[in-house]
Design a protein around this ligand. Structure first.
Ligand SMILES: [Zn+2]
Length: 239
């Protein structure tokens, strides 16, 4: 199989997690056929998923980091095949905010989806993991209010995630959405902030985006989406 390095694949939309559609609708095994790198969540929003080198890990709110079996279902995930030849550069002593600005200042990428991979040493890493929910599911903002926070210093690991153009807010979180996994596979999660000591940054721009919908899920199919305010709630829950 030739790996398509130019296509981003997403199952589910972030906008439909907002009202609480947290049921897993695609297996991790199916997801991995579309990429070896990516981010996502689990049924009931039971943690933060990060896929590195084809290995799907779930960081849960109790701080545990576990490899997921391929039969586990996810409600929302974004993946791609990592391009070893993607453009890359080294950075030192840089905050997350400064890195984000540097990328967009040096590249005309505001209108495209691209993957960001940062591999190296982090002076500080600040992450969160949301707590798994049972039915009836609350809203995404309610879940985010109960997130567990994690901090690490001098952590070696990999940041994986995406930039989504403002125009596609609702499908994904506009701007950067990044997850982390350390090299010892003991710490990670959805990134709130970091400071790079020294790391290699790789950027992979996508020509295509496949948006896959859970058409066999009746809850999704019958949901009347209240689109107004969705983006405000995404900002509130994800930043
Ligand atoms: Zn996340």
């Amino acid at each position: 199989m030739t790996k398509d390095l130019h296509t981003l694949y997403q199952h589910g939309t972030l906008g439909l997690l907002v009202p609480g559609l947290f049921e897993g609708t695609q297996t991790v095994g199916e997801l991995l056929q579309h990429g070896d790198t990516g981010i996502g969540t689990a049924t009931g929003l039971d943690g933060e998923m990060v896929i590195v080198d084809g290995q799907p890990y779930l960081v849960r709110s109790d701080g545990s980091v576990n490899l997921l079996t391929h039969d586990v279902k996810v409600p929302f995930a974004t993946v791609h095949f990592n391009d070893d030849q993607a453009e890359s550069f080294m950075v030192e002593n840089l905050t997350m905010e400064a890195l984000g600005q540097k990328i967009l200042a040096e590249h005309a990428y505001e209108n495209v989806f691209f993957a960001v991979k940062v591999k190296g040493q982090f002076a500080q890493m600040h992450t969160r993991a949301v707590e798994g929910q049972k039915r009836p599911y609350p809203t995404l903002v309610e879940v985010a209010e109960k997130q567990a926070l994690f901090d690490a210093e001098n952590s070696r690991g990999t940041v994986v995630g995406y930039f989504a153009p403002e125009m596609f807010a609702g499908m994904a979180a506009p701007g950067y959405h990044l997850h982390y996994l350390d090299d010892t596979r003991q710490m990670g999660g959805h990134i709130l902030d970091f400071k790079i000591a020294q790391a290699q940054v790789s950027l992979q721009v996508f020509e295509n985006v496949i948006q896959h919908f859970p058409v066999n899920n009746q809850e999704f199919m019958n949901h009347k989406a209240d689109v107004g305010g969705v983006n405000d709630q995404i900002q509130k829950a994800e930043k």
